[in-house]
Write a protein that binds this ligand. Structure first.
Ligand code: SF4
Length: 87
């Protein structure tokens, strides 16, 4: 049997058992986006989820309450901040 291992924080996910389609809203699907953000806002592992999505370069869906576009902005800000650090 193949064992699948998930990060510890997924056990605490507020979205556990929910319809994953909510977290992958199509363009202009504000209802699913609103519901996803609302769920993430009350999630105990929001920070871990967002960080995992940023580190893995997750391009699709709502993770840690952020959209793809918002995560791109965060990555860009981090790259700029890292470039300013003394070498
Ligand atoms: S932050 Fe949102 S997407 Fe991430 S685990 Fe929590 S509810 Fe799920």
């Amino acid at each position: 049997m193949l064992a699948v291992s998930y990060p510890w924080w997924m056990r605490e996910a507020a979205c556990s058992g929910m319809d994953t389609g909510i977290f992958y809203p199509g363009r202009g699907d504000t209802e699913h986006l609103r519901l996803a953000r609302k769920t993430c806002a009350s999630c105990a592992v929001r920070r871990e989820c967002l960080e995992a999505a940023l580190v893995s370069g997750e391009h699709f869906g709502v993770w840690g309450g952020t959209t793809e576009q918002e995560r791109r902005r965060i990555r860009r800000r981090r790259r700029r901040a890292a470039a300013l650090l003394p070498q």
